[in-house]
Structure formats: C-alpha cells, structure tokens
Ligand binder design. Structure first.
Ligand code: ATP
Ligand code: MG
Length: 412
C-alpha cells in the first residue's frame, strides 16, 4: 500500500483531470460506492475459481458477526448499488467511479495491495454500439494523455450456453494433458477450465496456445455482435488485435472482452481491462440488465505518464509575499487576504515564521512563484508595495497599495 507524496502527485492529478473531462464528454456520471461490501457479493459475482476470490480478498468479521470484504474491484458494488437504489427498471445509466481497491497479492512493481482504479459502467445497453463507444472513449483517453505505447486486444466470450459447450471441450483437452498442468491449473480444471487460459505461468504457454479456441464455439448472435464490434472500431479508426486467448480473470463476463496492454511496464502489462456482463445484474437479484464496463489501473497509467514525460508541471503559486518587520508582517497578512479576494484562483503564498530577507527570498524562489511582493517599514510609510518579477530580469517597481490587484493581474 503506497503513500502518494506531493512530489509525485502531478501525474495523478493530470490523469484525474483529463479522465474526468473525457468521461463527462461521453455522458458518464460520477458515482461513489462503499469500500466495503458483504463478502458474498464478491464471491457470487467475481466467481469462486478466480485469483481474487481464491486468495486475494481482505475479508474480516465485523462486530455484528457479518463477513465483510474490502472491495477488490468496483463492478460488483456498482451493480449492487444500482439494484438496491432501484435505479434499473428499464432505465439506462452511464457511470464512472474512482477509488482504491484491495487485493492481497504478492507486491511487486505495478502490483500493489491497495491500488486505484477508474471504473466505467454502462448499465442497460445491449450493444454493440455502446461497446464500440466505450472502447473509443478509452482510446481517446490515451490520445488526450499522449500515451502511445498501448495496444488494444479484443475477444468475445459468447453467451453462457456457448461457453458451456466450449468449457467441455477445454476440460477434455486439458484433462488429456493433466501431468503438464501447474498446480493452480489442475485445481481449476474441475471448477473452471477457462480460467486456465488466463494463467500467467510461462510453462503453461505452449499448452494454452494449442488449446481449442472459444471463437470456434460462438453462438450466431455473439458472432454477429462481435463482427459489428470489429467493423464499428474499423469505422472509427481504432486499431485492435483479436486475441482468442483473452478470457479475463472474472466469471461474470459475456460476449465482448477487451484489454489495453503496454510493453513499457514489464510483466504487469495490463493497463485497462473490461467487458460485457449481461448476466451479472440478474444473477445478483436485479432485473435482467445488459451492461458493459472497464477498469483502468491508475498506478500503471501514472507510471506510463511519468515515463513518457507528458505531464504538465504541478501548480505553483503566483505570488510570494516577503515581509520585513513586525508592522509589515501584520500588514502582509491583511494584504494576502485582500489579494485572495481580488484575484480568486491565483496562488498567494505569504512568508510565515519570519526570517531575514535572504531566507525569505530563497523561499520565494523555491516556491516557484512568478512575483515577489516586498513589504517593509519603508514601503508601509509610503503606502506602496515593491513588486519584483522572480522569473524575468525586469527590475523591481513600487506600486501603490490600491492599484496592486490591477498591476499584478497585468504582470501575471
Ligand atoms: P492482472 O492480469 O495484472 O492481474 P487483473 O486481470 O487482475 O490484472 P482487473 O481485475 O481486470 O485486473 O483490474 C483492472 C486493472 O487494474 C488491470 O488492468 C490493472 O491495470 C489494474 N490492477 C489489477 N490488479 C492490480 C494491482 N494489484 N495493483 C495495481 N494495479 C492493478
Ligand atoms: Mg490479477
């Protein structure tokens, strides 16, 4: 679990600002849901034979004896919120959410126990139009962030019956190679052999590559849905790769699944993953509601931004007020408040805690401010403030107190 310190916050804030504006431009509205839910919500929705439910959840009993879990992902909680707030009933919603998720994983670069995700969920849309639009939104986000080292992979998981037929084939195939399976995969063979395709074990690669392909078992409607998705992305000029091995690690997906991957982060290569989950809401007790969403790993995108150097510098103050002497210090507090009234949104930093001129100017310089205002007894007696540009060679000028806001606005 990480601290994000002020020195590292610029890419986070940049990402948040850009993401918010892109989400809103596509009509997504922010939703905030609890960090804690009943454990059962996650085990029922994410699925028992998944990494998350098998070994990654932070689960505890509360004082009332309920089993609760820190959310490992947001989709289940958002679906729960839509049901328990009566938001569905044929209505459609485009929602987004930002916040921390918790998974008890082995910590390594790009893989943390508390990490942040942006989540987008479109509830009540059968697609494929929304699938196309949602993926186009994610592509636009990379473009706005000037991130180019990302590639889109898509696949279709079909409907549950089509998947059941495929699952049988897969079970037959992997059973015939039982001795070559790693431990996790052996366990998954009986419970959910599709999950084996999601294995990260390099030793499993060849076996997985030779396995039967889900694409060959798709039902006609899912095939049509997928064809429309592909041609829609073609129309919009969004490049993609069809990856028949992309199954996604969670149980609730159906039809469209997609993942943005990067070659810039080593083995933690997924930056944004999503898919359609038409059965989830009914499975959780709501009206049957088709839906699609994605989750983006904020730490991984922040790392991409940092590497790419495309982050605008963080905010610096505009003005630093230097005050010399007791009378000037008192006056400086009043002056700072007056400037904050007159120039809302401008950063006004006041030297606090005294210090000689040299110290104060050093602080002013380090603050990044563009102007220093100097207030001493001599200036007070004359009813002026000395204004000194800190980032240009221009000399210092005296400015009458009452003209200060106008003169400063002109200088900034
Ligand atoms: P991975 O294959 O890397 O384990 P996942 O399939 O478990 O990812 P999802 O549950 O789909 O991931 O979560 C969506 C996104 O959240 C991922 O694409 C990734 O960017 C990010 N993410 C997932 N787990 C972590 C983690 N432990 N630390 C940081 N980011 C994570
Ligand atoms: Mg994972």
């Amino acid at each position: 679990m990480n601290d994000v310190l002020p020195a590292d916050i610029a890419p986070w804030q940049h990402l948040e600002t850009v993401a918010r504006s892109v989400f809103e431009a596509y009509g997504y509205q922010e939703v905030r849901v609890p960090l804690v839910e009943h454990t059962e919500l996650f085990s029922r929705s994410i699925g028992e034979y998944t990494d998350i439910v098998e070994k990654e959840m932070y689960t505890f009993k509360d004082l009332g004896g309920d089993s609760l879990t820190l959310r490992p992902e947001a989709t289940a909680g958002i679906a729960r919120a839509a049901i328990s707030n009566g938001m569905l009933r044929g209505a459609r919603h485009k929602l987004w959410c930002l916040g921390p998720m918790f998974r008890h994983e082995r910590p390594q670069k790009g893989r943390y126990r508390q990490f942040y995700q942006f989540d987008l969920e479109a509830l009540g849309f059968p697609g494929p139009d929304i699938d196309i639009e949602l993926i186009a939104l994610s592509a636009r986000l990379w473009q706005r962030l000037q991130l180019t080292r990302v590639r889109l992979m898509i696949n279709s998981l079909g409907t549950p019956p089509a998947r059941a037929a495929y699952r049988e084939q897969l079970q037959r195939y992997f059973s015939a190679h039982h001795a070559e399976l790693d431990q996790d995969s052996q366990r998954r063979l009986g419970g959910n052999p599709l999950r084996i395709l999601d294995s990260k074990q390099p030793s499993m690669r060849a076996l997985i590559d030779a396995a039967p392909r889900l694409t060959d078992y798709l039902d006609p409607e899912s095939q049509a849905h997928f064809a429309a998705l592909c041609s829609g992305l073609d129309d919009l000029g969004v490049a993609y790769e069809v990856n028949p091995r992309l199954v996604r690690g969670l149980d609730y997906y159906s039809r469209t699944v997609f993942e943005w991957v990067t070659d810039a982060l080593g083995s933690q290569d997924a930056v944004c993953s999503g898919g359609r989950y038409d059965g989830l809401i009914a499975q959780l007790g709501g009206e049957p509601t088709p839906a699609i969403g994605f989750a983006m790993g904020v730490e991984r995108v922040v790392e991409l931004l940092t590497q790419s150097g495309s982050v605008p510098p963080g905010a610096t103050p505009d003005i630093y007020i230097v005050a010399d002497g007791e009378r000037a210090e008192r006056e400086a507090l009043r002056l700072a408040e007056r400037l904050r009234d007159a120039l809302p949104g401008r950063g006004v930093l006041l030297n606090l805690g005294g210090g000689n001129f040299k110290t104060q100017f050093r602080r002013a310089d380090r603050s990044g401010a563009r102007l220093a205002l100097i207030l001493g007894d001599a200036e007070l007696d004359r009813g002026v403030v000395a204004v000194k540009p800190l980032r240009r060679e221009d000399g210092q000028i005296d400015c009458p107190l009452n003209e200060l806001p106008v003169r400063i606005a002109a200088l900034l």
